[in-house]
Design a protein around this ligand. Sequence first.
Ligand code: MG
Length: 460
Amino acid sequence: MTRLFGTNGIRGVVNQDMNSALALGIGQAWGTYLKKTVPRPKCAIGTDARLSNHMLKSAVTAGFLSTGCDVVDVGLVPTPTLQYTIKEKRFDAGVIITASHNPPQFNGIKGTAHDGTELTKDVEEAIEHIYFSEQFALSDWDQVGNYSTWDGAIELYIEGILSMVDVASIKKQRFHVVLDCGNGAGCLVAPVLLKKLGCVVTELNCEPDGTFPGRHSEPLPENLTLLIEKVPEIHASFGVGLDGDADRAIFVDENGSYIWGDKSLSLVGKYITRKTKGGITVTPVTTSTCFEDVVHQNNGSIIYTKVGSPIVAGVMKQNHAVFGGEENGGLIFPAFQYCRDSAMSLATLLEILAREKRPLSELISEIPSYEMLKTKIVCPNEKKERIMNLLAEEMRNHHDIIDIDRTDGLKLYMTDGWVLMRPSGTEPIFRVYVEAKEKNKAEQIATFYKHLVEALMQRA
Ligand code: MG
């Protein structure tokens, strides 16, 4: 069976691999799946700002309706807004039409369960099975689903966030925030939220536009140059850049320095575990050790997972974690909901700044720093498994290795750093992550493992 769902739903180029026939089939398959357990399922659907949204939303909706599911259309919303609505309004499922940070020609279909969490692998596989076998349970003519619209999702979500943070303390500080929504779905929420928190807001790219005229929608340093310049120029407190569907937020300090996602994850993690006096936190194996350091300082513990936000959220839920997230600006606040949430990240950062009464750059400078290198090693797909086993075998008695972790790929811990090799699911390469305190040490580790893997490849 061919897979449809990737790490974050189904994505593709519009009218090529992401077309209305596929969207209709997904709606029919998913509706059929839901009807197995719920007699009359109620689904919420929303979209980001892309041009093909109505086309795909209409097709998925038609599929749901044809199987006897009711659909409530909540309109243009950030992904976490839809997720919160599903949980709070007790929907049976939800769909967001989005391709997150991908280029404008892309779009996608992402599903959530009744609690707002992203679909688990077994549910995705069940939907795929129905889709490919075309075993759609179409309803009788008088049992076709009802369609309605609801425009209360954004207000519900903003009010929810305001109930989670110390609004009075934040308001008192009159923060000046430069906000770059990248013309994505965040335009509907972030400006309103910031104003409700008493902030002065300088807006960049805050008109939703599916052609993404302002910048590429992934909040990487090279795409946030305008934000980076603007913050120090107008003496703002800090800047924030969102991705296309506003589940990820990246911050820029008052000097215009870009803050990498593992630093903001650590700053918030430090603040939350201090408040909760420890507790469990969750992050993928790719995250910098600085997160573990701050969590341990507050007597918290950490669970490392495979890469992928649905996996992180799932492990958080199972373990009653107090905080978690990814190193790309995707922070998860379980007290609010089990998914990445840029607006909650923003509100929480404001609360931290209001409580600490110190500039963001100073708070970030207190987070331990590591040098991380990301590179790749070419390796034929059929040799990957064998290479990893050979390497694990080879390193077992190596004096330098203190621990071997096979959560996702192969992670080798040394006294002064670690190396992680993850086989790519799509390309004949290993993605290699190396971290050490010093840059030359990280480079030394990377070179050593590159040569070792190349030597093992000859033997494999
Ligand atoms: Mg996203």
